[in-house]
Design a protein around this ligand. Structure first.
Ligand code: SF4
Ligand code: SF4
Ligand code: SF4
Length: 236
């Protein structure tokens, strides 16, 4: 998709490209991609795109820190992704209204934007992964796409669920979760995993020694975040 839409069709698949095409009223392939993977799709399958299809995360998965042993930084660090999202939007508005840049028809400039944006994502993602010893640090603190994903994935029909009665409280699911979600706490509270940080990677289901975690298809509203943070006393 990146090769076909980005390189052959010259579409800017970065978030800024999506904003540009919305302003243009142009239904580009990348708009369809955003709708399917990041806006409407998550109502069905949550953040499955993050767990299975994101090309940034594909590279991050090769790094050595699949499991973040320390826990997540405090919530204020997560504000960085909102700053990043706001910066992308402002940049587009500046180009559109002040510089009068209109990306239709597509040109090589779109390809340059895509390359520069992707380079920034990869460099910052690798830097954060090595600094924090956490492959998914970029996803947790800096990725602007999460701003959209966290809204729509609240309503996901597919979520992880476990049976409280059969849980041995070993904590293996929580320790293995690459997004630092306190899975065991959800199970013990009789809730599905309602966190909008869940990327539906299914790692927790594979490590549970009792095999009681599974994906279920139901209706509920997520957003109740139970996150394992560096200070074990802080959960929200
Ligand atoms: S949070 Fe961003 S970088 Fe991480 S997997 Fe999702 S879309 Fe990709
Ligand atoms: S390990 Fe489980 S709770 Fe954590 S992100 Fe993957 S599916 Fe979601
Ligand atoms: S891994 Fe399974 S048994 Fe262990 S705490 Fe998690 S849900 Fe319970």
């Amino acid at each position: 998709m990146l090769g076909f839409l980005g390189i052959i069709k010259l579409e800017n698949m970065q978030l800024e490209g999506f904003f540009f095409y919305l302003l243009s009223g142009y239904f580009a392939g990348s708009v369809l991609h955003y709708l399917a993977a990041k806006i409407l799709g998550p109502i069905l399958f949550g953040r499955g795109f993050c767990g299975w299809a994101c090309w940034t995360a594909m590279a991050l998965d090769f790094l050595p820190y699949k499991r973040n042993k320390a826990g997540r930084l405090t919530e204020k660090w997560e504000l960085l992704r909102y700053v990043h999202f706001g910066f992308s939007l402002l940049l587009v508005l500046l180009f559109w209204f002040v510089i009068q840049y209109r990306p239709i028809p597509m040109s090589k400039l779109e390809l340059a934007w895509l390359a520069a944006g992707n380079t920034f994502y990869f460099v910052s993602a690798f830097f954060l992964a090595f600094m924090l010893k956490d492959n998914r640090a970029f996803c947790k603190y800096l990725c602007p796409i999460t701003v959209i994903l966290k809204v729509t994935s609240r309503f996901a029909f597919l979520k992880i669920e476990g049976s409280k009665e059969n849980c041995s409280q070993c904590g293996a699911c929580t320790k293995a979760c690459p997004m630092d979600i306190n899975v065991m706490e959800y199970v013990m509270n009789g809730e599905r995993v309602l966190s909008t940080e869940c990327i539906f990677c299914l790692t927790c289901t594979t490590v549970c020694p009792e095999a009681i975690l599974d994906d279920t298809f139901k209706m509920d509203i997520g957003g109740n975040e139970r996150i394992r943070r560096i200070d074990p006393g802080i959960t929200n």
